[in-house]
Design a protein around this ligand. Structure first.
Ligand code: C2E
Ligand code: CA
Ligand code: CA
Length: 432
């Protein structure tokens, strides 16, 4: 018995399910499984404490029990915030009706201490096939529940009717949810860090450091290519982005106080710039750190500069008014229009790695780089080439009129400790 909810615990659920399968296996109609999970339960725990979380679990369990009513149905807590309901074959046709009733029962307001919550649940429904074992059917119900969750929760989805959500179908949505969980955990447990990659002029001066986010959690290290898209999809990028602005500002401040004033560049996502509070965040960053705005550069992709929406315009103006330099990131990957460059308030243009990769052999790329570098220079912009790996590329870019380069040729992104060593080496080399 599960002490918190008074329901069957995981082990009892699985044994009872096995017994039901055993006794029903002569039947033509299969058993039906419902997998239930409380939406955003992690946030409830994080915002109101584990006591409140337990309270929600117990109250919801009671609602589930009183809604199901049927003595022949099995209800248990399969783990954490997840429950299963098993309906015997003769009541299987009521699965959908029951799912609807459970959604309604879960959603009525619930008092937790002083707070009034409106919980919601996601439900996956799977009919157990004739040749299927309970484990596979449970797995299908669980997967359907994830599909319900990824559509915003508060709904049910039948197994086999999950929408295709990406190139890899449902497993992708599942993986994304797993990454979302890991990101929440990383935010809470300090698994996030910023690494810094230098951008150097051809004269060897340190033009800036680009801050790039890293995430290590549960012994797993996630690449930005894996977690940034998920963070953008779920809106978590707003919190991650605020964290990276503050962290980068702290580094810029430390370098300034050490007598090595260096610009630190931070990547800004669309979701951040389209949020009305972005301007406030920028002011908060300046208020929380003793760093002048001109040492914090904001990297935005071209399409954001072109965005005509009121909020984006207002946020960009606020950033400029406060004195933050702006850079156009990944230039050349969108529908770049050179004519627009003259109207953009950016001081720096970062040429995407795609133009650098084929150099020196790719004469077309070379021609494009030379033209953009020339134009940007005329417009008073600093032109940086990204992803420079070889000496030949470096020479080619210098010839093309690019002003600074960033890439593995100098250094990968470094942790703060590695950066310290790197900076010390540089100042020693300058001294001698
Ligand atoms: P990006 O802004 O274009 O960052 C440059 C990426 O190129 C980095 O990948 C960097 O490690 C990689 N790179 C640098 N030099 C070389 C090179 O010579 N060769 C190759 N092959 N790659 C090179 P990373 O760190 O994996 O980041 C990937 C992307 O994730 C970034 O692309 C950026 O769009 C996003 N990202 C990273 N950190 C943040 C962040 O804090 N906030 C936001 N919104 N996005 C971030
Ligand atoms: Ca960037
Ligand atoms: Ca870039």
């Amino acid at each position: 018995m599960d002490a918190l909810t008074g329901l069957l615990d995981r082990q009892e659920c699985l044994s009872a399910l096995a017994r039901m399968v055993e006794s029903e296996h002569q039947q033509v109609r299969p058993l039906c499984l419902l997998w239930l999970s409380i939406d955003r339960f992690r946030q409830i725990n994080a915002s109101f404490g584990h006591g409140a979380g337990d309270n929600v679990l117990a109250k919801l369990a009671y609602r589930l029990r009183t809604t199901i009513e049927r003595p022949e149905a099995l209800l248990g807590r399969i783990g954490g915030d997840e429950f299963i309901v098993v309906l015997p074959s003769h009541s299987c046709n009521m699965a959908e009706e029951l799912a609807r009733a459970l959604l309604v029962a879960a959603a009525s307001p619930l008092e937790v201490g002083q707070v009034r919550l409106r919980p919601s649940i996601s439900i996956g429904i799977a009919e157990m096939g004739q040749d299927e074992g309970p484990a596979q059917a449970l797995e299908r119900a669980d997967r359907a529940m994830y599909a319900a969750k990824s559509q915003g929760g508060g709904r049910f989805v039948h197994s086999g009717e999950e929408p295709i959500t990406g190139r890899f179908g449902n497993p992708l949505a599942r993986e994304e949810l797993a990454i979302e969980e890991l990101l929440h955990e990383a935010l809470e447990t300090g698994g996030l860090s910023l690494h810094y990659q230098p951008i150097l002029t051809f004269a060897g001066e340190l033009e800036a450091l680009e801050a790039l986010m890293r995430c290590e959690v549960q012994g797993r290290s996630l690449s930005p290519g894996q977690f940034i898209p998920v963070a953008e999809k779920t809106g978590l990028i707003i919190r991650l982005g605020e964290w990276s602005l503050l962290t980068a500002a702290k580094l810029a401040e430390a370098l300034l106080h050490r007598g090595q004033p260096t610009k630190v560049a931070v990547n800004i996502s669309r979701a951040q710039l389209t949020a009305p509070r972005f301007a406030q965040v920028l002011h908060a960053v300046l208020a929380c750190s003793d760093v002048p705005a001109h040492l914090l550069e904001l990297e935005l992709t071209e399409s954001l500069f072109m965005d005509q929406s009121e909020t984006v315009r207002r946020n960009l103006d606020a950033a400029l008014d406060a004195g933050f330099p702006l850079a156009i990131d990944d230039f050349g990957t969108g529908y770049s229009c050179l004519a627009y460059l003259k109207d953009l308030p950016a001081k720096k243009l970062k040429l995407d790695r795609a133009f650098v990769m084929g150099l020196p052999e790719d004469t077309k790329s070379f021609a494009i780089v030379r033209t953009i570098a020339h134009l940007a220079r005329e417009l008073g912009m600093m032109v940086v080439a990204e992803g420079v790996e070889t000496h030949q590329q470096y020479q080619c870019l210098q010839e093309a009129g690019v002003m600074a380069v960033q890439g593995f040729i100098f250094s990968r992104a470094m942790s703060e400790i590695e950066l310290d060593v790197w900076l010390n080496k540089r100042s020693l080399a300058c001294y001698h």
